[in-house]
Design a protein around this ligand. Structure first.
Ligand code: GLC
Length: 786
């Protein structure tokens, strides 16, 4: 048992989180998904499922209720002779108690409950290739008498956008059907909100199915039949109905409920499989049902799924003296970024379903040591939503025409930023010459797409040479400071400066575009001069100016006096002289560093300010308004590493690490195994309380910063660099990393207990010089002495 607290613990190897007490302060969830299908599941059994997009194509209804968390897909257990009914899910029958256990793991969750001498266990997972979820159920009779009981599922169909505001309208398009030969209920929706090209009233393009391995003894497709009027999930009428196939068709309020009847001798275990999924048509739905609706086949699929995830995450692992860091780096940050952000694009607190241009680009950093080809695909996908003027969709739903275009000032720049990192990882310069269509016609090479983004950045400067803020920059909540195209973003100035330098280095390397190279180099110099001439407040950098010429993030401000990103990115971009970088970070430490993370700004705004944006309307201390925004708090770790401050960097990691000491767990409230999007700041009555877990860009970033900067194993154009920046008490660490097709076993020894500095490197016993290069497919043992 690792990191045990009163609610649960990690398994010894850190790959599972076991919850033994259901009364966690908030729902502790898992996101289980492949790229096309997934579900969110809390430890008490709440949640919902989707195909294709968690937002615009949810299969089942769900009510986002963090307090009650009663809504989900239920599996009732009913024992008519004893006149009792409960659910395998802890909720909504929490009051009946019993023994509880939930194991959230990579690619599956196991829910267990023992009540009335009946142990029920359900393993829920999504196989890697197919669009369905499998509930592998086992019930064991621990009593001394034979039992007659049935399991009965219940789920409400949605088959459309979540949530639907007008259920009575939508139900008229839904159709359910009982399909006896498949032991299944099918659902279709004749009209849906998912936009498809040329279709004004498209049909939901799937057949949803819910099936069971036993021949159902009863089934229902209508909420009025199963739940009944004036009843709740605690006493549905459907459990009392005799064994018969009930109502299906076009006229009900669509749900699915399947009953499997069992007789269990004392000590006997029965295994069943329930399936929920969707396919393009009935025939393919039946193929999926045949493939999985049998306990042995489902168990094999579970083994395959676990192996698949293990392989997917294998490209980087480490053993350091800090087991928290190992647990997060080896398993959970990767899993969170991939399942939650890239595949599911959802969390329990935020269902996005869309591809955010800047968001999933940053997330795709997770693929670098794992499967860099997936980052490549994502870069090309992003090119398809770029216009020839360099602008991009702020977010969009791939495969539909649903796009949101804004006058945001930074999103397009993440394309060159991630492209450059991808090239350092892979040296795959051929990507630069691949052609991808622009969203508004014509096509260009990937290089051209990236250059158009940089050019756009340079076209949007204020008269004094600072980038215009437009609708927002990275901080979406600065939503009205720059709309009139006068306000400036100082964070963006740092970011653009970094990109200009990086793209110049790339152009030099590939010997292309000499005129642009010249232009970019001059622009970088001009930008740094403007930044340092106009945006230095004396002890730190401003954050922005507004259309009215007001300054944000200055000592002259009553609220929002200092912002984190404007300091950390000065260091990350190296856009100011060293003494300013040190001063800026010193100010950040003084005002923004808290034991639970680095605040995004301080003090939080208490007065809504329409000239700044909606961040001032959040309660002070929450999210972007003076809370810890973990995405940005990770950049503080990076900035400390870049300044060589190993202990401070490590301290900032410890501050946001979700694996808290047991006594902090109640105040922190959220899952110990995934990062939250935000943590309450000092103005909140509960500073240090986490929220918005799973769906946060901080997971991929923290993985990147821990592996590439604290452990220091990072890619450069010339090869691999190992340059750790670790706490001085560490005697060393080891890691395994895949780099350009070679598998590297790295041992770092720190006999002198230094924080930084490598004195010797050897590869397979031979002295070597960094950057290190390897033959693809080879294996090497690297020893680094600090
Ligand atoms: C949200 C957005 C992200 C943005 C951040 C800060 O997480 O998805 O794109 O950078 O908020 O406002």
């Amino acid at each position: 048992m690792l990191f045990s607290n009163k609610y649960g613990h990690f398994s010894d190897d850190g790959t599972e989180y076991v919850i033994t007490n259901p009364n966690t302060p908030r729902p502790w969830a898992n996101i289980i998904a492949n790229p096309d299908y997934g579900f969110a599941l809390s430890h008490t059994g709440g949640g919902f499922s989707w195909i294709f997009s968690s937002k615009i194509s949810a299969l089942t209804r769900w009510n986002q209720d963090m307090a009650g968390d009663n809504d989900g897909k239920l599996l009732y257990i009913c024992e008519p002779p004893a006149k009792r009914a409960w659910t395998l899910n802890w909720n909504p029958f929490a009051h009946l108690g019993g023994t509880f256990r939930c194991t959230h793991a990579v690619g599956y969750t196991v829910l267990e409950r023992t009540l009335y001498d009946l142990h029920a266990r359900m393993t829920c997972f999504v196989p890697p290739q197919d669009t369905l979820e499998i509930w592998l159920v086992e019930v064991t009779n621990h009593s001394r008498s034979a039992r007659t009981l049935f399991l009965q599922s219940y789920l409400p169909w949605l088959c459309d956008q979540w949530p639907d505001a007008h259920r009575e309208f939508h139900r008229t398009f839904l159709e359910t059907e009982f399909v006896p030969r498949a032991n299944a209920i099918f659902a279709r929706k004749r009209k849906c909100d998912v936009p498809h090209e040329g279709q004004t009233h498209p049909q939901w393009p799937y057949t949803a199915f819910h099936a069971v391995s036993h021949t159902p003894s009863a089934a229902s497709g209508d909420t009025f039949e199963f739940l009944g009027r004036n009843r709740t999930l605690l006493n549905p009428r459907g459990l009392k109905l005799p064994n018969r196939i009930g109502t299906f068709g076009r006229y009900g309020d669509a749900c699915a409920s399947l009953r499997a009847s069992l007789n269990l001798a004392p000590g006997q275990t029965a295994s069943l499989v329930f399936l929920l999924g969707a396919a393009p048509d009935a025939r393919r739905a039946q193929t999926l049902i045949r493939r999985y609706a049998e306990p042995a086949r489902a168990a094999r699929a579970l083994a395959t799924t676990r192996a698949h995830w293990q392989k997917l995450l294998a490209g980087f692992s480490c053993v350091t003296p800090d087991k928290r860091l190992n647990t997060l780096t080896n398993t959970w940050l990767k899993y969170q970024a991939i399942a939650g952000r890239i595949f599911g694009k959802t969390g329990y607190y935020q269902n996005s379903g869309a591809c955010g241009f800047r968001d999933q680009l940053q997330d795709s950093q997770i693929w670098f040591p794992l499967e860099p080809a997936r980052a490549r695909d994502h870069l090309k996908l992003c090119c398809t939503v770029q216009h020839r003027d360099g602008s991009v969709a702020h977010w969009w739903f791939p495969g539909t025409h649903l796009k949101h275009r804004t006058n945001c000032s930074d999103d397009f720049l993440w394309l060159p930023f991630i492209l450059i990192q991808y090239l350092k990882e892979t040296a795959d310069f051929a990507l630069l010459d691949e052609h991808v269509a622009y969203d508004d016609g014509g096509a260009g090479s990937v290089l051209e797409h990236a250059l158009r983004a940089v050019d756009r950045g340079l076209q949007r400067l204020s008269p004094r040479g600072l980038p215009l803020l437009g609708d927002c920059d990275w901080n979406d909540g600065l939503s009205s400071a720059g709309r009139k195209m006068r306000g400036e973003s100082i964070w963006l100035a740092h970011f653009l400066f970094l990109i200009l330098n990086e793209i110049s280095a790339l152009l030099q390397r590939i010997q292309r575009e000499p005129q642009r190279l010249n232009l970019y180099q001059q622009a970088a110099d001009a930008l740094a001069s403007a930044l340092n001439a106009h945006a230095w407040d004396g002890q730190w950098f401003w954050r922005a100016t507004t259309d009215d010429g007001a300054v944000l993030g200055s000592h002259t401000c009553r609220e929002g006096r200092i912002f984190l990103n404007a300091q950390t990115w000065a260091v990350i971009a190296h856009s100011a002289p060293p003494q300013r970088l040190h001063a800026a970070m010193q100010a950040a430490r003084r005002f923004l560093y808290k034991p639970y993370g680095a605040l995004l700004l301080y003090p939080g705004y208490c007065t809504p300010d329409a000239s700044i944006g909606y961040l001032t309307q959040y309660a002070s201390g929450l999210r972007e308004n003076g809370g810890v925004y973990t995405h940005a708090a990770v950049w503080a770790i990076l900035a400390e590493v870049l300044l060589g401050n190993a202990d401070r960097a490590y301290d900032r990691f410890a501050a946001i690490c979700p694996i808290k000491p047991a006594k902090q767990v109640d105040n922190y409230a959220c899952e110990p195994y995934v990062l939250p999007g935000n943590v309450d700041g000092p103005a909140s009555p509960t500073p240090g309380r986490a929220g918005w877990t799973w769906y946060t860009g901080s997971a991929a970033w923290l993985f990147h910063v821990l592996s590439s900067y604290i452990l220091g194993i990072r890619a450069s154009y010339e090869g691999l660099i190992i340059d750790p920046c670790i706490p001085t008490h560490w005697p060393g660490f080891s890691a395994t990393r895949v780099f350009r097709g070679a598998t590297l076993h790295i041992t770092v020894k720190n006999p002198r207990r230094v924080a930084r500095g490598v004195s010797a490197v050897s590869v397979d016993g031979q002295p070597a010089a960094m950057p290190l290069t390897f033959i693809p497919g080879s294996t090497a043992h690297i020893t680094v002495i600090m």
